[in-house]
Design a protein around this ligand. Sequence first.
Ligand code: ADP
Ligand code: MG
Length: 652
Amino acid sequence: MSAQKKETTENTEAQQSFSADVSRLLDIVAHALYTNHDVFLRELISNAADACDRLRYDAIAAPDLIKDNPDFRICTYKDTTNRTISIVDNGVGMNKDELAENLGTIAKSGTASLMEKMEKINDGADKLKLIGQFGVGFYAGYMIAHKIQVVSRKAGSDETWLWESDGKSGFIIREPSAIEKARLDGARGTAITLSVKDEASEFLLDQKIEMTVKEYSDHISVPIYLGAPGEVTKDKDAEAINSASALWMKSKQDITPDEYEDFYKHLAGGADESLMTSHWKAEGTIEFTGLLYVPTLRPWDLFDPSRRNFVKLYVRRVFITDELENLMYPWLRFMRGVIDSEDLPLNISRESLQYNPTIEKIRSAVARKVLGDLDKLSRDDLSAFTSFWGQFGPALKEGLYDAVEHRPALLKVCRFYSTHNNATALTSLSDYVERMKDGQDKIYYLSGESLENIKNSPQLEGFKSRGIEVLFFTDTIDDFWLQSVLDYKDIPFQSITKGDIDLGKYEEASSPEKDEADAETTDKEKQDASGHISLLITAMQDILVDSVHNVRISQRLTDSPVCLVAPDGGVDMYMERVLRLHQKYEGDNKPVLEINPKHALIKKLAQSCEKGADITDAAFLLLDQAKIIQGEPIDDPSAFTRRVSDFMKKAI
Ligand code: ADP
Ligand code: MG
């Protein structure tokens, strides 16, 4: 046993277990999900830079914390004899409790549910996507290391602790030996030492480390040196291997697409790429620089109520916080990036930022810029925009009722499927308005659970035959914003399943067969038919009195015999169901049953009604049929089956 090993054993504290989440995460990491192992260095350097940023902020209020050495830096070096690579920072450091807490558990909310999801997925590539969005952070080290030691001393404390783990059986925290303590850069910060696996020996080459740092961490604003802290201090010519300037302060022309993308990866810790980048300097009443990204993939917790935004707030290049909720509107919570203010005081407390008027102005200016850029994207790159809309449209639409000020800009970027193109392409509201028929004064829509469910609804028939476009609203959120957004450019939205819609004023696209059929019917026959129909309507109303508001002739139908709609002034039928589900609606809205007088079945029924036949079963069957096609449950399934069987018996 070597001297060092003996010392270790003597100081060993009881082994502590990882939280269940961490064990599962480590298991996934060990099975090498990242095809690209280099990213561990990005993660560790990213943590080191965060630690420096945090101490820089703390030192504004307590300058003593950095009086021993006000310059922040990160050193990284290999040791070929011991087969280790180390990353050392002189940032904020961790005390004993923080070591256990930060490296032994995953404190982030929602992680457990992420893990659950992950376990259900068998496809490695899909898992990679999920974990990529989440970022495995510190644990990425176990892709290339069979053991990791973390020596850390919290700034302002005189205790140093060592955390150690093989990434499998748990971890221990003990007092470090003098040699281990000497890994730190001065009197504060953290030194992470990874014992490199045989298959990852490439990381024991300076060139590999340097290349990897340049590739992923060039934009990190803390200088990164190649060499142990002692060597770097001695070497008067030592130069940082990264450019160590805040990327967002450079002008656009001086930033390459790769640099933008690396910075996105640093911020998002993710495997996806950015879909849109907005980089601008706001000047005027408020001054700030923004560098914001729209991700390609929806974060797994986008609709988790505890999801917050991850945009980082800087004040004149000093990192302040990435936990400021009101820095972004909730409906832009998927964005990543940096906002660097010129106006806020540096020594502002994080708490007082929550209600700061400057922050509110920034939030609004950011929303305007992002919505403008999205609008531009929709014109310049349709496929990127379509992908954006698929991932984030439902979140963005929350803004329609959340932020009245931005409503026009939001409506401009909103897209919907519609009967135009038979629900295969998205349309904007302005395109819809352009295609409106002469005399059309409403924007018609149909809401439902999914496109499949509603695109063949009978209620659409009369609109389709007249060439009147109907929008499809299939996100739950649609039924909420429609309650506060009543029109687009003063043209009201109108549900086609609600109220009596006068389609008579629009001409039906003529179909040769229909014209012929009409020509053959004499006026006498027409009169007879309408007489039968009113009889039928009265009869059906009597039979269905408990289930429907009333029965009437439909203008919506061309091919189907019946459909249900909400009465005038009532709540749209699908919306009623959604509201009921969210316990926001308790009314009892009986629907209107509309019948199609031109349909053969209805004609026949009207005739038998005239002859005094009992149409009770037929009336109930028609009602149930209308419910089924609309995806509504039927009231009495056993009565329904009995009636169907009876009719079948007669027919066979
Ligand atoms: P994240 O960086 O997303 O929070 P990580 O897994 O990368 O997640 O790190 C977990 C936590 O461990 C960090 O939030 C931080 O509190 C702590 N930590 C990691 N590395 C360092 C370091 N070099 N200095 C100080 N704290 C660190
Ligand atoms: Mg991290």
